[in-house]
Design a protein around this ligand. Sequence first.
Ligand code: NAD
Length: 310
Amino acid sequence: MAIRFDGRVAIVTGSGVGLGRSHALGLAARGAKVVINDLGVSTDGQGQSSDAALSVVEEIRAVGGEAIAHGADVSNEEQVADMVAKTMAEWGRIDILVNNAGILRDKTFSKITLDDFRKVVDVHLMGSANCCHAVWPIMREQKYGRIVLTSSASGLYGNFGQSNYGAAKAAMMGLMNVLHLEGSRDDIRVNTLAPTAATRMTENLMPPEALDLLAPETITPGLLYLVSEDGPSRTILCAGAGCFAQTKVYETEGILLEGADNTPEAVAAKFDQVGASEGQRELTDAFAQTRKYARKAADAMGLKLPWGES
Ligand SMILES: NC(=O)c1ccc[n+]([C@@H]2O[C@H](COP(=O)([O-])OP(=O)(O)OC[C@H]3O[C@@H](n4cnc5c(N)ncnc54)[C@H](O)[C@@H]3O)[C@@H](O)[C@H]2O)c1
């Protein structure tokens, strides 16, 4: 079955250029009405312009699609509220939110100022939280919503010189996990995309031969699946150059140290076993971990706990 978005309304933040533009064009090509949000800033968040957003709106309208532009700064709660209000006034619903807007202010941790740290966290983390918070009551009321947060290999695995960006991008996983739990009863599905693409943000870091391979358009099909009606929830989809993979967080089975045996020396002696991958599994909420540990300790003592398997 073809994936279509007819009758759906989508907001894509930072969609004047790069990945956001590609996602917005992909959604519009499959029938969505799209809000092209872009503040029109440089890669490090300076300046402001509506040119890029307006040109994507034109591109969509030129082929018969529906789009409007909005220049909200995603880190500004009032401007985001205005974008959501205008979208509701225009189209009466919001089905899809793609949190994509982003900037970089790279510096090693010894050189970074806290202003540059805060600015990056404000745009990526607070920007995503602002947009999710503004559409949340609408999606709950509709009993339908698809949200994507944009992370990065920098957040999942680390990248030298990106403590601010890495921290903000890792936070996407935490936000996703909780919004997934809180949204599922109203069919709000929340996923994270971790792209790697040649855009103005990254093209200087890549060999010229790789630029075409890593075009944003190679990633958008994955994004479209994530926000589709039958899309998943709580997944981290990694994508680039037509490759798709998932990042998963597993917890090892671990060990139990009881009573007087629970010493730092025993932890050190068994540290390989603590990290052994045999028996590792995904835990799907925080209390799954509490139950796991309490059950292990209780089992060793022959106690029964009123908790089922998790
Ligand atoms: N390009 C990559 O390889 C890569 C890798 C991992 C993650 N990402 C993430 O993907 C997203 C898109 O990146 P890109 O490479 O297309 O970057 P880009 O610089 O090409 O586009 C980012 C867009 O966001 C807009 N923007 C920035 N701050 C904004 C704000 N406060 N409010 C509204 N719009 C704002 C910019 O004006 C720009 O149009 C970002 O979140 C980025 O961190 C990109």
